[in-house]
Design a protein around this ligand. Structure first.
Ligand SMILES: [Zn+2]
Length: 250
């Protein structure tokens, strides 16, 4: 069991509770965001995305997803039951990045093999989940950034949970850099078979701390429980577990 600690909000005086490992906490009564270790105000931009669904409405995109797509059992929407619906505001760091990679490699699909050079230059708003053990398919989440507004605690539904950050800005930047290098490595491998040399130049721009509304849904189908993640801003399914068809062999 985790021990919950408390500090008092220096803006409204209310207690702000946090758990071990959390680094940045937000007061649920006034929205004040504090760096736990120093007790000082958080200085980066703190934004949020708005949730557009209530507990009843969220069933509609879930049912829609269940009844479409040929990979799913035909009776999925009819036979499944939603057993859990939870709205969570997950913390993310969004790091604006200009990344340039140059590489040299061997193209082996011709004879004799060729030495080839290439360049990858891209701009990203790279998303880093600010939680360490929370299960969430970050790479599959196409964050609808155009809808971001300054964080406003009054927009948080009473039944929703807001998670604090366990990762500070510098750590998030390091994670982003590492993931971008891996991603460019992957892209270069589409062009050459063996990479001999690769240089990466990563320029970090603005960083934003963002709370995004994510619905966690659990549903039951033929005695098994499956998970679903939905974007509360758009109703899009981020990822859903699909029951695999079981064939009975006689
Ligand atoms: Zn407060």
């Amino acid at each position: 069991m985790s021990i919950v600690k408390e500090l008092s909000c220096s803006y409204c005086g209310a207690p702000i509770s946090f758990e071990p490992g959390e680094i940045i906490a937000t007061c649920k009564y006034c929205g004040y965001t504090v760096v736990i270790e120093t007790g000082k105000a958080f200085t980066f931009e703190h934004s949020m995305l708005l949730n557009k669904y209530n507990l009843e409405q969220i069933e509609e995109p879930v049912k829609g997803w269940m009844s479409s797509g040929f990979l799913k059992p035909a009776d999925l929407a009819k036979k499944s039951k939603i057993t859990e619906k939870a709205l969570m505001y997950l913390p993310f760091w969004i790091i604006s990045v200009e990344a340039e990679s140059t590489y040299k490699g061997i193209f082996e699909r011709v004879s004799p093999p060729l030495v080839k050079e290439g360049e990858i230059a891209k701009k990203y708003d790279w998303l880093v989940l600010a939680r360490k053990a929370t299960k969430f398919p970050t790479r599959e989440y196409d964050v609808p950034l155009e809808g971001k507004v300054p964080y406003d605690f009054r927009k948080i539904e009473g039944f929703a949970k807001v998670l604090n950050s366990e990762i500070d800005r510098d750590e998030a930047v390091e994670i982003a850099k590492q993931q971008i290098v891996e991603h460019h490595h992957f892209l270069a491998q589409q062009d050459v078979d063996k990479i001999i040399e690769m240089k990466n130049e990563i320029k970090i721009g603005q960083t934003v701390y963002l709370h995004a509304p994510i619905w966690f849904i659990k549903y039951e189908y033929k005695g098994e429980i499956y998970n679903l993640w939905l974007d509360g801003t758009t109703g899009t399914i981020i990822k859903g577990d699909i029951p695999t068809a079981k064939f009975r062999i006689f």
